[in-house]
Write a protein that binds this ligand. Structure first.
Ligand code: ADP
Ligand code: MG
Length: 583
């Protein structure tokens, strides 16, 4: 940022290169632009106040470097900016704003007053505009910084007003914007006042965790895990100047929608379906379907690798190394999660059947000897650099005691009692085994003495074609045979059923149902695991129970099944003592 630069009109050439379009769609877009200006001005404190969803009033005040009195009117001219001068600058924008469009656009649809005092100026100056024209200006005493007041937004654009939602919804959108910037700029003190009520404030301590506490509350902040490279010691990522920082929620912290996933590129909040999806992908198998994580992910990448000039509100960026960024996010988040995989606690409520996905039913494993941190990779298809010493045991050694309802294995560990869902646990074991398979060995493949014909629906046929490679890797040999029939020549030994045709159809049914899983190998592995795993209701002898626990101990993520449901519940020695009022 060229600090102290004066505001200049951009040349027509530069203007021509700028993505034009609507900047001010709703109250939240005004707040976004004003907050960005404050951040660009190097503010350490930013106060936002809104009235009636921002329609009556929006005020953003900061303690930044201010605007010289003589330049304030220029700030309201279209394409006048202090942040960009040449075309070349457009290639490496380091500020949040750069087009000189926000203030004039806001002034065109609202009554605006800007007052500003650079720290070295004796007094502040203000201008008042209506319908984009200055109606008043002068000087006034004020602290160093800038304050912009926007009133009667869209007061003269009734058509626009009709498109807005209720003031409460608009206020919520504004809170989202402020929250995002508060998370991306933890060194800045943010406050948001809605209709006179302070709804959000962060301390400006510089720690993302503190900002998260201000935004999401202390409880949520405590279940956030750091993504920062220093702690994970990923040197490789820094070499090519791509790094991933921020916080992600433990899987116990899931939400019903994606709005708690915030992605920033060089601290610019962006909406990116792809990068949001990278975060979601990292939680695959850890969250129940329909649940989403809480995450604040900041990607740092050289400005030259990002094109921010593709969307009028700058909420979308084009990344030159998109796939790489996608992979980096996924690996980093996954790595952090697999090192810290919490175990559902069998608290009193858990007896009533709560799952790991429910907030509050999970104990933080920190400090519990039974739950050493994990490391290493989840599966061969998602390599995560193994850091530090060899991975410790992921589960304590469990001793099987018996079976309950022919469904749960009761086990004792160094810290209390464990109830293991036999189907979910076996699914986890098989899932990792199938996912790791690249070419089924002879003993994993059951060649049929006589080929078995199966008739498929057009949908199933399409599925078989789509999954052909994955099916083959798992040991299937399917050969087209007439219109819609296939000849089955071999199946994975794990399928282990007498009626092969029936088994193949059942499996395809499962594959069809797992359509939320994009990766074909994974989709088939989940389906095969589900199909082949021991069922609930199946009696197990002590040897089988022991073997199941032993295999579970060897998995990378033993605590959830591939669908994200818990494989086990834990009643710690402490909890037992508490429940029995021994202390
Ligand atoms: P842009 O941010 O793209 O430059 P704006 O219309 O948002 O365009 O702002 C125009 C100019 O006004 C900025 O370049 C900056 O010099 C000045 N300005 C706006 N808001 C502030 C602020 N809060 N503190 C200091 N300068 C500001
Ligand atoms: Mg701006």
């Amino acid at each position: 940022m060229n600090s102290g630069a004066s505001i200049q009109r951009l040349s027509p050439q530069v203007v021509g290169k700028i993505a034009a379009g609507e900047v001010v769609e709703r109250p939240a877009s005004v707040v976004k632009e004003l907050v960005e200006n404050s951040l660009d001005a190097g503010a350490r404190q930013i106060g936002v106040a809104v009235g009636r969803g921002g329609l009556d009033l929006i005020r953003v005040s900061d303690d930044g470097r201010g605007v010289a009195a003589a330049e304030i009117p220029l700030a309201f001219e279209r394409h006048a900016t202090s942040k960009l001068s040449s075309e070349g600058d457009l290639e490496r924008v380091a500020t949040l704003g750069f087009r000189g469009e926000a203030l004039p656009s806001i002034a065109a649809v609202a009554a605006v007053e800007m007052a500003s005092r650079p720290p070295d100026a004796a007094a502040g100056a203000f201008v008042r505009l209506e319908e984009g024209a200055v109606i008043d200006s002068g000087s006034e005493g004020m602290p160093a910084g800038t304050s912009v007041v926007v009133k009667h937004l869209f007061g003269r654009q009734p058509a626009r007003l009709k498109f807005l939602r209720s003031p409460a919804t608009e206020a919520a959108q504004i809170a989202t914007v402020v929250s995002h910037y508060a998370l991306a700029y933890p060194e800045v003190r943010f406050s948001l006042t809605v209709d006179g009520r302070l709804t959000l404030h962060t301390p400006g301590s510089g720690r993302v965790a503190d900002a998260a506490a201000g935004v999401y509350g202390q409880r949520v902040a405590e279940s956030l895990l750091s993504l920062s490279q220093e702690e994970a010691g990923d040197a490789a990522a820094e070499v090519d100047a791509l790094s991933v920082a921020g916080l992600v929620g433990a899987p116990s912290l899931s939400r019903a929608n994606r709005s708690y996933i915030s992605v920033f590129v060089n601290r610019r909040w962006i909406r990116s379906r792809l990068l949001t999806y990278a975060v979601e992908e990292a939680y695959r198998g850890l969250l129940t379907t329909g649940r989403f994580p809480v995450a604040v992910v900041d990607i740092r990448i050289p400005p030259a690798d990002v094109d921010v000039n593709v969307h009028p509100a700058k909420t979308e960026v084009r990344l030159r190394r998109e796939r790489e960024v996608f992979g980096a996010i996924q690996r980093r988040v996954r790595g952090v999660l697999s090192r810290h995989s919490p175990l559902p606690d069998l608290s009193a409520s858990a007896w009533e059947g709560s799952t790991g996905a429910k907030a509050g039913s999970v104990v933080d494993p920190a400090g519990q000897p039974a739950l050493l941190p994990q490391s290493g990779e989840l599966s061969p298809s998602t390599p995560v650099p193994v850091e530090g010493p060899p991975p410790p045991r992921r589960l304590p050694v469990l001793r099987a005691l018996g079976q309950v309802g022919m469904t749960y294995v009761v086990a004792e560990g160094p810290d209390g009692l464990y109830l293991v869902d036999q189907h979910a646990a076996h699914e986890r074991v098989l899932f990792e085994r199938f996912l790791g398979r690249r070419d089924a060995a002879a003993e994993e493949r059951q060649a049929l003495l006589e080929p078995v014909p199966v008739e498929l629906t057009p949908r199933q046929q399409a599925l078989v074609e789509e999954m052909a490679e994955a099916l083959e890797e798992q040991g299937f040999s399917l050969e087209p045979f007439g219109e819609r029939a296939y000849l089955v020549r071999a199946v994975p030994a794990a399928l282990g059923e007498k009626d092969i045709a029936q088994a193949v159809l059942k499996l395809l049914d499962l594959v069809e149902r797992e359509d939320a899983v994009a990766d074909r190998r994974e989709r088939l592995a989940i389906s095969l695991a589900c199909h082949s795993a021991i069922r609930a209701g199946q009696a197990l002898n002590p040897e089988e129970m022991r073997e199941l626990l032993r295999q579970l101990e060897e998995t990378q993520m033993p605590r959830t099944c591939p669908h994200g449901r818990p494989t086990m519940l834990h009643l710690s020695a402490d909890a037992l003592a508490r429940e029995f009022r021994r202390r």
